[in-house]
Structures are given as structure tokens and as C-alpha cells.
Design a protein around this ligand. Structure first.
Ligand code: SAH
Length: 257
């Protein structure tokens, strides 16, 4: 296939999408963690509407579909992920109530108070936790829920190497009490929060990438973007195993007042 007509930018996005499409999840998580978060949410029925924002290829969405009767709309910026999402939904026979749509989380087209539940695993950082909680609230019914995972510090202080890595990657990372307080200030009752177990990062995210990285580097051996992408994922994984006592993903579940 020729890429001559594509801008470098588009080609980079395609490569990144191809890389992450080859693994089941595009961020840390697990079916057990999704089910645990779901256990804090009541009043869901076949009439409920859930939005999964930044759904990727739908790893967690299919878990939501298996464990509820609700209609689910997955939203993701990347068409390739959304295509895979819809293929997965069809394979599992959820196509009548689970649909992936291309869209951006900073410009959602739901009606005010249309949603019973907003879900977002490993994705809200794209617009920022505080902004996401605040802007998405209008789409939730009164008494509706939000459940998101967000990178958080476990301690007040941490080594400089990991601190500066995160300041560059996502300066909005903060401690768990701060994140809970931000949820409260955004107009939700903080219902629950829990730290995602280590396996959500290792077994479910970094380990599947090892094989994917080999295949990817073989296919794109002279491509700088591909090499840089793999190097950055390897660095992330190395830092995680070195500093995992200091940070991780936390599920935050809130109820709209
Ligand atoms: N929830 C999935 C994917 C997490 S990775 C999982 O846990 O496996 C983050 C996702 O956010 C990616 O799929 C990426 O394409 C999507 N994303 C990034 N910016 C976005 C935006 N502005 N609007 C919607 N989705 C976005």
C-alpha cells in the first residue's frame, strides 16, 4: 500500500492505531476490575443507556454488555478502533444494543440527561479528569453514575525520576484524596474508589505488548515512528515495575447529585 498521499501525521496515527489494535486492551484494566466498579452502580435495566467514552476496541465495553442489559454507545476518536469494536460486538451477538461511534470526548452529541451511566477506562486524561467530569455531567440523568479510571499517586512524595516522567506525560496526576475531592467539587457524590491491581498493568497490558512489539518492529524495521513508539512503551513498562508502589490507576465512581 502506498502512503505517499498521507501526511506524516496521519501515517503516525495509523501506526499507533495499528500497534494498539493488535492487543486486546489499549490501557491497563481487567474484566474483574470492570465488574467490581459496576457493582457500585444500581438501578440499571434494559432501559438504561450507557456511554463508554474512549472505548478503544471495546475490551471493557463487552464486559459491561455481558453484565448489564443496557444499551451501550462506545465513542472513540479512531475509526480503526471503532471498526474493531463493532466487529467484537457482532461476534458476541451484542450488535442490537452495543454500538461503536467515531467521535471526540470534547464534543459529545448526547442530549442533556440522556445517560444513566458514563464509563471511561484509561481515557479521560485525553481531556483531563476535572474537565471530563465537569463537561460530561450534563449528559447524565440526576442520580446517574460516572465511573472512570485515572492515573493517581499513592503517596504524598515520590522519587524524582517518576515524578518528572508523569509531570511531562500528564501533569494532572494527583493523589487519591485530591481526585475524590475534585469529583465532589464537580457535583458528584464520591461513591467508591479502588486501586486497580498490578495485574491490570502487567498481565493485561504490558506483557501482551512484548509479542506485539516484536512483530511490529519486524514489519516496520526502518520506521522511526515505530521504533520510538515501542521504545516509549518499553520505558513505561520499565518505570512501572520500578515505581509501582508510588502510582497506578484508580477507579473513581461518582453519583450525580
Ligand atoms: N478504554 C480502552 C481504551 C483506553 S486507551 C481500554 O481501557 O482498553 C485511550 C483511548 O482514548 C484510545 O482508544 C484513544 O483512541 C481514545 N481517545 C483519545 N483521544 C480521544 C478523544 N478526544 N475522544 C475520544 N476518544 C479519544
Amino acid at each position: 500500500m502506498s502512503n505517499e498521499n498521507k501526511s506524516i501525521h496521519e501515517f503516525d496515527f495509523d501506526l499507533i492505531c495499528e500497534y494498539f489494535s493488535s492487543i486486546e486492551r489499549q490501557g491497563p484494566g481487567s474484566p474483574e476490575a470492570t465488574i467490581k466498579a459496576l457493582s457500585y452502580i444500581d438501578n440499571l435495566s434494559e432501559k438504561s443507556h450507557i456511554a463508554d467514552i474512549g472505548c478503544g476496541t471495546g475490551g471493557q465495553t463487552m464486559v459491561l454488555a455481558k453484565n448489564t442489559q443496557a444499551t451501550i454507545t462506545g465513542i472513540d476518536l479512531f475509526p480503526r478502533f471503532v471498526d474493531l469494536f463493532n466487529t467484537n460486538a457482532t461476534k458476541l451477538n451484542f450488535q442490537d444494543r452495543v454500538k461503536g461511534v467515531v467521535g471526540s470526548m470534547d464534543n459529545l452529541h448526547f442530549k442533556d440527561e440522556e445517560l444513566d451511566l458514563i464509563w471511561s477506562e484509561g481515557a479521560i486524561y485525553n481531556i483531563g479528569y476535572k474537565r471530563g467530569l465537569t463537561e460530561w455531567k450534563r449528559f447524565l440523568k440526576k442520580g446517574g453514575y460516572i465511573a472512570v479510571t485515572e492515573a493517581s499517586w499513592f503517596t504524598e512524595k515520590r522519587p524524582e525520576e517518576i515524578n518528572s516522567f508523569w509531570q511531562d506525560a500528564y501533569a494532572e496526576i494527583d493523589t487519591i484524596p485530591v481526585k475524590i475531592s475534585q469529583m465532589q467539587k464537580a457535583g458528584y457524590i464520591p461513591v467508591a474508589s479502588f486501586i486497580l491491581p498490578e495485574n491490570c498493568w502487567t498481565g493485561n497490558f504490558y506483557i501482551p505488548q512484548i509479542k506485539a512489539q516484536e512483530i511490529f518492529l519486524k514489519k516496520y524495521k526502518d520506521n522511526r515512528t515505530a521504533q520510538e513508539l515501542v521504545a516509549s512503551q518499553r520505558l513505561e513498562s520499565k518505570l512501572y515495575s520500578k515505581y509501582k508502589e508510588y502510582y497506578g490507576y484508580v477507579f473513581y465512581i461518582g453519583k450525580k447529585l
